[in-house]
Design a protein around this ligand. Structure first.
Ligand SMILES: [Fe+2]
Length: 445
């Protein structure tokens, strides 16, 4: 072993992990936190405990949380998710990590369903957290869940069901699951695909579940690229009725591409519309070979079988999100993180927040200054009666010049406006992945 290898990009600057788990109360705020906000903003990310990891996606999960209530930022906490992988200090590519369903990195997403908060990573079981971000333990739904649990489940705003799936490098490659509104696993169906592919996310409509079987395949014997692009695999989208089974799936061929994240999907007449962040390929040469993603619209005509594909904008983006109240329903707006004009390819290191208006085709931005870097922004409605963009978009923004992070709250209906509030976090928050607003109304007690 030598120590001469250069530090990889994902362990430098604001990608580098933080060491301390802090608890801080009554945080300083610039501006005014909307009084309608009562709940937790939570965000997960990769924060390797050992200080090192083989890939940006492989570090131990650390959840950063800010509690907002009564116009105040009541506290900030950051906590590791104490999984089997964390406690044993396992590497992500250790066979024990790969094959022990409890050895999650738990680093990808954090969200609430049925009064519980889960930290998620797509290769393992969920870990439940308390509202103070302590780890309660692993969740296998009374032993009924025997596959991994995606980090991108979809909570139906109409039924309260949580639709999700598990994928794997070994059979069964893909299984579709549904939790009912009370968190009980009520549906599991194996879906036939040619191989295991890295299926990071999926979609629902009011009537369907939609799987993306795209050409990023497993090659676990290859230490440089254990997951890689395959020119021969093809690309297909599987659409089945909600609560359906393998026999119900209709597969539609699309041009080979990769989609980490869709924006949303919905039904319009006989057509399933999918707005997705499409990359021309992913991980062709190595797992560092990220290609930018651009908003595209796929249409699948269920009556004729016709497939359409159109690019919707010219600006690459990451972390596309809609209002949680329109997941699976027709959306007008979306929010994402994008590079500053002229900047190189986006990873976690974005420059601006973009807002799409899919009705007018307009795209607008919120700019936090030349050395500021926003992550994913999450929409929160101002009230139950508020329209689709009537509320707030919030997320962490890292300021390079001062090496500090704020939780920034934007008026989601006023692109280009100054933040309505900045909550000053007592340490920098490393660039991470996904998060959620967990409203007080969805947590017990
Ligand atoms: Fe993701």
């Amino acid at each position: 072993m030598t120590d001469l290898a250069p530090t990889p990009w994902f362990l430098k600057g604001n990608y580098a992990p933080v060491d301390d788990e802090l608890t801080a109360f009554d945080l300083p705020v610039t501006g005014a936190i909307p009084s309608s906000l009562g709940g937790l903003y939570l965000r997960n990310g990769s924060n390797p405990k050992s200080g090192a990891a083989g890939h940006w996606f492989f570090g131990d999960g650390m959840v950063h949380g800010v509690r907002l209530a009564g116009g105040k930022a009541e506290w900030y906490r950051n906590r590791y998710v104490r999984t089997t992988k964390f406690e044993k200090g396992l590497d992500a590519m250790d066979p024990e990590t790969i094959f022990d369903p409890t050895a999650s990195a738990a680093n990808t997403h954090v969200l609430a369903h049925a009064g519980r908060i889960w930290a998620l990573e797509e290769g393992h079981l969920p870990y439940e957290l308390t509202p103070e971000l302590d780890t309660k333990g692993v969740d296998d739904f009374g032993g009924k869940l025997t596959t991994a649990f995606t980090a991108h489940p979809k909570l139906c705003p109409e039924t309260g069901e949580l639709h999700f799936f598990g994928y794997s490098a070994v059979a069964p490659f893909l299984t579709y699951h549904v939790l009912d509104a009370s968190g009980v696993l009520v549906h599991s169906a194996e879906i036939t695909v040619p191989k295991g592919t890295m299926m990071h996310d999926f979609m629902i409509t009011r009537d369907h579940a939609i799987f993306m079987d795209l050409p990023v395949v497993f090659d676990l014997d290859n230490p440089v690229a254990p997951i890689r692009w395959d020119d021969d695999y093809g690309a297909r989208i599987g659409i089945l009725p909600r609560m359906g089974t393998d026999a119900d799936v209709r597969w539609f061929e699309v041009e080979p591409c990769y989609v980490f994240h869709p924006l949303n999907a919905y039904v319009s007449g006989d057509t399933v519309v999918c707005d997705v962040g499409r990359s021309e390929s992913m991980w062709r040469d190595s797992m560092d070979d990220f290609k930018p993603s651009y908003l595209h619209r796929w249409t699948f005509d269920l009556a004729t079988g016709a497939v359409g594909e159109a690019q919707l904008d010219e600006v690459s983006h990451g972390f596309p999100r809609v209002d949680d109240r329109v997941v699976g329903l027709q959306h007008r707006y979306g929010w994402g993180a994008a590079p500053r004009a002229g900047s190189p390819t986006l990873l976690g290191n974005a420059g601006v927040v973009v807002k799409w208006d899919l009705q007018t085709g307009q795209q607008s931005t919120y700019d936090f200054g030349p050395t500021a870097h926003p992550g994913e922004f999450v929409f929160v409605q101002d009230s139950d009666a508020a329209g689709e963009d009537e509320g707030w978009a919030m997320g962490f923004v890292y300021e390079e010049s001062t090496d500090t992070t704020d939780l920034v709250i934007l008026d989601a209906s006023a692109p280009g406006s100054e933040p309505v509030a900045r909550v000053h976090i007592p340490q920098r928050v490393p660039f991470g992945f996904h998060g959620s607003w967990v409203d007080d109304s969805v947590l017990p007690g």
